[in-house]
Design a protein around this ligand. Structure first.
Ligand code: PLP
Length: 395
């Protein structure tokens, strides 16, 4: 069979199983309300635009000005001729925001994770990773030659076992998502800080869904859980709360950042972030640091949405994060509900097997500071009605 026949056959199978992903087309910017080709204006309840900054006028203006002042692109990687003053400004700003010593920018958080493990963890080292960590962490770890050990999701006792199982390694690196994106659950960072210190391990948190989202001043999962300043290093993204454009970073001790700058392959061999993204991200961080009302509104919206759904008997996974999974069970039902919600003006993604375990399909709602009470009430009304229709309400 030819390659294309093989691929085509598999696509057919995915189509029959209803697991083909479709991409709806937005006809304008990302926001609380989006104009979806073929569906019109709907409430966006499934983006990572947590603070509502994706179409913020101040950020758009900063990006436009950057193109006028610094051009469209650098046509280079950083160490050849792709570093502008603004790249260093953004790196220092991120370090100040997250309470670390220095930062290295990458094209994405995917690249940051891909560039970390293979660079710092060699044969004589060990990487210990939560079983539900993001795909970019899993793939990044695959590239490293270190011994690999997995522990059960958020299970501190199993982490202790993994640390003991790797006690002979030269260096131990423990890696966790700050927020698990299919669950909206938080890593037990206070216990992890204690345990990694006890075992002389280095703790890295991918806080892509925590940065700009959690904590009183939006500094992330560690701030939320009272261990800000105690995490050894972070990876995170500029593509979610902090403007929602593109880019990622690793931030931590100076020596780690300098080492990555010298040796990390996605940094050395891939183009630098364009000026518009750099200046847009600087504007986003400035805004978040200056004005805590964004993160306060996000928290209030999340509490309201979670409380209303729960009160109406909708089976919401408990938590505090603006990722609010509604447990449906059956994949086909979750997909049907997602499609029907869209026709009723609410855009929510349905996730089923193999993205989540068999029988654990869900609708994943994500709240934004940009949602008004009226948006949330409309969305809640539609969800409650459909939950009744499809028999997923608690008895
Ligand atoms: C935990 C986590 N890490 C990394 C990424 C990748 O981020 P980026 O889009 O910057 O590559 C994501 C995005 O979905 C994520 O949720």
């Amino acid at each position: 069979m030819s390659l294309l026949q093989t691929l085509s056959q598999e696509l057919q199978q995915m189509s029959s199983a209803g697991t083909l992903k479709r991409e709806l087309k937005l006809k304008g910017p990302q926001g609380a309300i989006v104009d979806v080709d073929g569906f019109g204006e709907v409430i966006m309840l499934t983006s990572n635009n947590y603070l509502g900054l994706a179409d913020h006028p101040g950020i758009v203006e900063a990006a436009e000005k950057a193109e006028r002042d610094y051009g469209y692109g650098l046509a280079s990687v950083r160490f050849i001729c792709g570093t502008q003053t603004i790249h260093r400004t953004l790196e220092e700003k991120i370090a100040e925001f997250l309470g670390t010593e220095d930062t290295i920018l990458y094209g994405s958080c995917w690249n940051a994770n891909e560039g970390l493990f293979q660079t710092v963890a060699l044969e004589e080292d060990a990487i210990i990773s939560d079983e539900l960590n993001h795909a970019s962490i899993i793939d990044g770890i695959r590239l490293a030659k270190a011994k690999k050990e997995r522990y059960k999701n958020r299970d501190v006792d199993d982490l202790r076992r993994a640390l003991e199982a790797t006690k002979d390694a030269r260096n131990k690196l423990v890696m966790t998502d700050g927020v698990f994106s299919m669950e909206g659950s938080l890593a037990p960072l206070p216990e992890m800080v204690e345990l990694t210190r006890e075992h002389g391990a280095f703790l890295v948190v991918d806080d892509s869904h925590g940065t700009g989202v959690l904590g009183k001043t939006a500094r992330g999962t560690a701030e939320e859980l009272g261990v800000f300043g105690k995490i050894d290093a972070y990876t995170s993204t500029l593509g979610k709360a902090l403007g929602g454009s593109h880019g990622g970073f690793t931030t931590g001790p100076k020596v780690l950042i300098e080492y990555l700058r010298q040796k990390s392959r996605p940094y050395l061999f891939s183009n630098t972030l364009p000026p518009a993204v750099v200046m847009g991200s600087i504007a986003a961080i400035d805004l978040v640091q200056r004005d805590h009302s964004f993160v306060t509104r996000l928290r209030e919206n999340t509490q309201y949405f979670r409380a209303q759904l729960t009160q109406h008997g909708v089976p919401v996974r408990e938590g505090i994060h603006p990722i609010v999974p509604i447990l449906i069970g059956d994949t086909a039902k979750a997909i049907t509900m997602s499609n029907e919600l869209l026709t009723r003006g609410v855009y929510v993604s349905g996730f089923g097997f193999p993205v989540v375990p068999q029988g654990a399909a869900r609708l994943r709602c994500q709240i934004s500071a940009a949602h008004t009470r009226e948006h949330l009430d409309r969305a809640i009304g539609a969800i409650v009605e459909l939950a009744g229709k499809y028999d997923v309400l608690a008895a």
